[in-house]
Write a protein that binds this ligand. Structure first.
Ligand code: SF4
Length: 62
């Protein structure tokens, strides 16, 4: 099964919380982080990233 990681990039405020909890798949690219992979086999720490995001701009489709 594939898990899709989506980010509303325009809503992102660049706080870096996703990178802190999920450095495996979130990386700063300039002023804001982006997911390294937008399709993963297991949700893993992307779940935590979505939970901690203060503007809830990360969504996960399982
Ligand atoms: S936690 Fe959310 S708002 Fe903060 S940098 Fe990551 S995606 Fe952007």
């Amino acid at each position: 099964m594939t898990v899709k990681i989506k980010q509303d990039y325009s809503a992102c405020i660049g706080c870096g919380a996703c990178v802190s909890v999920c450095p495996d798949n979130w990386k700063f690219q300039g002023e804001k982080p982006k997911p390294i992979k937008t399709e993963v086999k297991e949700v893993g720490c992307n779940k935590q990233a979505a939970d901690v995001c203060p503007v809830q701009c990360i969504t996960i489709e399982e």
